[in-house]
Design a protein around this ligand. Structure first.
Ligand code: ATP
Ligand code: MG
Length: 246
């Protein structure tokens, strides 16, 4: 199969925060349709900053993030059409029910024709319990919020999905179900970029794994390469190695 253009692409991307911290350091990274890319790295390695740069939540110091070849700083509204975001702290409206949140975000994304049954169907798909469908989300547990977050992403049907530690704090069954859904979305051709600390799950789900250290991508391996290598050992070796010199 001819390799398609990447949906997500970071080119020479750097971010130095106002206080001088260089969180991302000349990063080059791409994610293709139908690919899950897992970003590993110690606390403070720059994973969340990378995701936030793709979402144009913060401006880069150098370089560019592209979503479907759209420069996210030059054309943020157009770029946002093609990406969904699920974070550890999903933004939801507490006084709305689960279905109302879905309806709100669907309409925001331009999906105006969806019925109550469509919303229920997607909430069933992510295994949110039926009784929660019409409940206000303010008392939802973390896992319930995550599930609703991924259902919003499913409804939006964007070609790129960004996830910042999506399984952090999920119970094992919920985490397994969550990753199963990501696999389905990948099979539908989505480009998925996910930061995680879960090396084992990363190995299971990722088509490519990158390790970030001090803002740099210090290692990248494909699923095929990882069949013959021990990802945990690779990770620990990189963490133990000398700090990178700036
Ligand atoms: N808003 C900010 N202002 C200043 N420095 C920041 C800001 N956000 C993050 N940093 C710094 O940037 C570096 C990278 O942080 P980032 O949150 O991207 O790491 P991370 O890889 O997501 O870590 P974790 O695994 O803990 O989530 C850290 O040194 C952090 O202190
Ligand atoms: Mg983070």
């Amino acid at each position: 199969m001819a390799k398609q253009e990447p949906i997500l692409k970071a080119e020479d991307l750097s971010k130095r925060y106002e206080d001088g911290v260089l969180a991302v350091d000349h990063l080059n990274l791409d994610v293709h349709p139908g690919e899950v890319y897992c970003l590993l790295g110690a606390n403070g390695a720059g994973k969340t900053t990378t995701v936030n740069l793709f979402l144009n939540f913060i401006p880069p110091t150098t370089g560019t993030c592209f979503i479907k070849e759209i420069d996210v700083t030059k054309d943020p509204l157009e770029a946002k059409k093609y990406v969904s975001f699920v974070s550890e702290n999903v933004m939801l409206y507490g006084n709305f029910t689960a279905r109302q949140n879905l309806d709100f975000f669907a309409k925001l994304g331009g999906k105006l024709e969806l019925s109550k049954e469509d919303y229920h169907q997607v909430m069933r798909r992510v295994s949110l319990q039926e009784r929660a469908f019409e409940q206000r989300v303010k008392n939802f547990s973390k896992g319930m919020r995550q599930k609703l977050g991924i259902s919003i992403a499913i409804i939006k049907d964007a070609p790129a999905i960004l996830l910042d530690e999506p399984t952090a704090g999920l119970d094992p069954k919920a985490a397994a179900e969550f990753l199963e859904i990501l696999n389905e979305l990948k099979d539908e051709g989505k480009a998925i970029l996910m930061s995680t600390h879960d090396i084992f799950r990363a190995k299971e789900i990722a088509d490519r794994v990158g390790i970030m250290k001090e803002g740099r991508l210090v290692m990248e391996r494909t699923r095929e390469e990882l069949q013959y290598e021990d990802l945990v050992k690779i990770y620990i070796d990189y963490m133990r190695a000398e700090p990178l010199t700036v």
